[in-house]
Design a binder for this molecule. Structure first.
Ligand code: 9MR
Length: 364
């Protein structure tokens, strides 16, 4: 009996036709992503790297990480001209030891800036210098270690109008009447500091076609036409179950960006659910609806060769910004639960990757 089984296995695995018909099923997101040439990533906090389940799940399931906060301005330049790279370096060391790529987030934002910067009463000329020094120093420090940067984060409001910010017009860097010129300047400095890094504009609620994504499209089209160094657009994807309608034009949005020669990366996906006081979904059926949404985003991404990365904002429900931000109203938004066990959302993404038929190269 044993012998027969061994013989049968030998025949099955030595027959090229059968091998082809029954490819090995990838069991992790990382294996499945590697097969189709897509990056699968998670936002991380280096303070949790010492937790074996945190580190183990990351290394097993992902081929990319992005610091959730560690490379933001308040951490990297806590005092004027004084840089602290320890938290960001911890992310790079973790990733490089596990052959994972690092996505940098972010060089310029209207939020999470240090007090000295927010209340510094700088003149535009001074701010110009402050912005240049920061972008040049941070992108320069990570050159060769961070393969892609969110250069500018969330510059537009929901109607597609540029947000007021110290960089743009309060007081701005001297380009307050010139629309997206300050954003262009950020991309140019980032490119000078690290000519090999892929440079992204990153925003939320601009996944489908709407006023904000139209404004982003117009900006990046103009940048491409004039040779401003930009490589892609990050679609954050902080979703709720009700957002399924908005995703009907996700494919069209990705396509129009791809037609400009840009990459698209899903950068911050999570699907917050209404939760009870102990963090569990109020309606158990929501977990499957959430999985359907994850699968939809993953399928849409893998069917476009321009969509080169699929990343979630965190990866396990143990650590997520959503419950804190919503005062406990929503949460349970990620593909692994609080015990690092895979949820239906994990299966949804894995299946989308497994059944994809593509091969692309996300890096230069
Ligand atoms: O998840 C991040 C949270 O821990 C920070 O307190 C907050 C402010 O820096 O930023 C959160 O991450 C945001 C990201 O940087 C940009 N897109 C929206 C994310 C969720 O708010």
């Amino acid at each position: 009996m044993r012998k027969n089984l061994a013989l049968l296995l030998l025949i099955v695995f030595s027959s090229p036709a059968l091998r082809e018909a029954a490819p090995r099923r990838q069991r992790t997101l990382r294996e499945a992503a590697d097969r189709i040439g897509i990056l699968v990533g998670a936002a991380v906090d280096p303070r949790h790297f010492s937790e074996p389940d945190y580190a183990g799940t990351l290394a097993r399931e992902f081929n990319m990480v992005e610091p959730e906060n560690a490379m933001k301005w308040a951490l990297t330049e806590p005092a004027p001209g004084q840089f602290d790279f320890d938290p960001g370096d911890a992310v790079v060391s973790f990733a490089e030891a596990r052959q994972m790529k690092v996505r940098g987030h972010n060089l310029l934002w209207y939020e999470h800036n240090p007090k000295w910067l927010e209340s510094g009463q700088f003149t535009p000329a001074e701010l110009h210098g402050v912005m240049q020094r920061h972008i040049t120093t941070v992108a320069g420090h990570y050159a060769g270690h961070v393969f892609a940067w969110d250069v500018v984060n969330e510059a537009f409001d929901s109607s597609g109008v540029l947000r007021h910010s110290i960089w743009f017009d309060q007081p701005g860097i001297g380009l307050a009447d010139k629309g997206t010129a300050y954003i262009e300047q950020a991309f140019r400095w980032a490119h000078e500091a690290d000519p090999k890094a892929l440079l992204f504009y990153n925003d939320y609620a601009a996944e489908g076609i709407n006023a904000k994504s139209d404004a982003i499209y117009a900006m990046v089209k103009d940048f491409k036409q004039r040779g401003v160094p930009i490589d892609g657009v990050g679609l954050q994807m902080h979703l709720s179950l009700g957002d399924v309608d908005k995703l009907s034009s996700l494919d069209a949005n990705i396509s129009r960006l791809a037609a400009l020669g840009l990459q698209v990366q899903i950068t911050e996906l999570d699907v917050g659910l209404p939760i009870t006081s102990d963090g569990q979904p109020r309606d158990p059926a929501d977990t499957q609806r959430q999985a359907d949404l994850y699968a939809l985003v993953a399928r849409t991404c893998v069917t476009s060769p321009a969509c080169t990365a699929f990343q979630t904002w965190g990866f396990a429900d143990k650590y997520s910004w959503i419950p804190g931000f919503t005062h406990g109203a929503r949460g349970a938004g990620l593909p692994f639960d609080t015990q690092y066990q895979p949820k239906p959302a994990f299966e949804g993404v894995l299946n989308a990757f497994r059944s994809a038929n593509r091969r692309s190269n996300p890096t230069r």
